[in-house]
Design a protein around this ligand. Structure first.
Ligand code: ADP
Length: 308
């Protein structure tokens, strides 16, 4: 996912949003620009869709150089409601896969289907949620208005007359008391909780997450993982979660795919059959460590491929 840069000069004299400043935020979170058009509901996308990736390859094209293959021959079926963790060295195509799943790029060859639909057809309908590495909050909007953002200006176009519908989501991420604060008044962990509430408030059936907790300290990160697990157990989206942390991958995932590189491919595919909920301290249990060791070995075996 691209890093989102938000210009500070983004409100008009009346305090309203400058829509041109919102476009990069909207694109990164939903795949849709702010321009709206009426939505048709796709019923099979309403609940935990299966995601199928078939013989997927992608090359970045560059006017001054040969195309750079980032992914080759990827085969992946993600059952509806599964929490899939993806781990791999930098440069092995994890973010590229998320962009393709979100319909932000098109495959060079092969296909992706979300409950039988092309991600391009699906994107911008609120079905696919993104949680990027940076929380990408609009600095002039309150916590509650940031969570309500996509409802107010997205293609969903103001389903609600006030932002109080977001309060249950703020409650779930323990930010009820902060609803009227501005982002700069929050810690990094709180800002990422706002991003989590914003993603879940749209009730996405597919959730794409690109190292969302990587900037947080270990305790805050562990708390965020517990919040995310709880929200996923409740709402059952199909999740693709990219991380560099082996323990995070094991703690959160039903299954972990290890990527190798040059170009990106699946090097190992492991089921994580630990019972849920996975309580604090689960990282110290023997079975947990066994899964972590297997992933580490697969990572080490493919560690230098991306740099070739
Ligand atoms: P990861 O998320 O695993 O770190 P990426 O998906 O970001 O990997 O990148 C995969 C490969 O594609 C890398 O070799 C990277 O240099 C290349 N790449 C990524 N974005 C672009 C781009 N916009 N243009 C050209 N090459 C790119």
């Amino acid at each position: 996912m691209p890093t989102v840069k938000v210009r500070m000069r983004a409100t008009g004299a009346d305090g309203s949003d400058d829509r041109s400043a919102l476009v990069p935020v909207m694109r990164s979170l939903t795949g849709a620009p702010t321009v709206t058009k009426p939505l048709t509901i796709i019923p099979e996308l309403q609940t935990s869709p299966t995601v199928e990736v078939r013989d997927l390859s992608f090359s970045y094209r560059n006017r001054h150089a040969a195309p750079r293959p980032a992914l080759a021959g990827l085969e992946l079926e993600i059952p509806g409601g599964q929490f899939l963790g993806i781990i791999g060295a930098s440069g092995c195509g994890k973010s590229t896969l998320l962009r393709l799943l979100g319909g932000l790029d098109r495959p060079t060859s092969g296909s992706i289907s979300i409950a039988g639909h092309d991600p391009h057809e699906v994107k911008g309908r609120g079905t696919i949620g993104f949680v990027p590495q940076s929380p990408a909050l609009l600095p002039w909007r309150s916590v509650a208005d940031n969570v309500a953002l996509l409802d107010q200006i997205g293609p969903w176009s103001a389903r609600h007359s006030s932002n109080h519908w977001v309060d249950p989501w703020l409650d779930r991420v323990e930010l009820a008391d902060e609803r009227d604060l501005l982002p700069h008044q929050l810690s990094g962990g709180m800002q990422q909780r706002v991003a989590l509430a914003r993603a879940f408030a749209l009730e996405p059936s597919v959730l794409l997450m690109d190292e969302p907790f990587s900037a947080l300290d270990e305790l805050t990160r562990s708390h965020m993982q517990d919040l995310l697990s709880g929200l996923c157990a409740e709402t059952r989206p199909t999740v693709v979660f990219v991380t560099h942390s082996i323990d995070e991958a094991v703690k959160l995932s039903d299954r972990v795919v290890v990527f190798g590189g040059a170009p990106g491919h699946i090097a190992a595919d492991l089921l994580i059959d630990l019972p849920r909920p996975r309580a604090a301290g689960v990282e110290d249990e023997v079975e947990f460590r066994r899964h972590a060791a297997t992933i580490r070995q697969a990572l080490v075996a493919h560690a230098f491929e991306a740099a070739r």
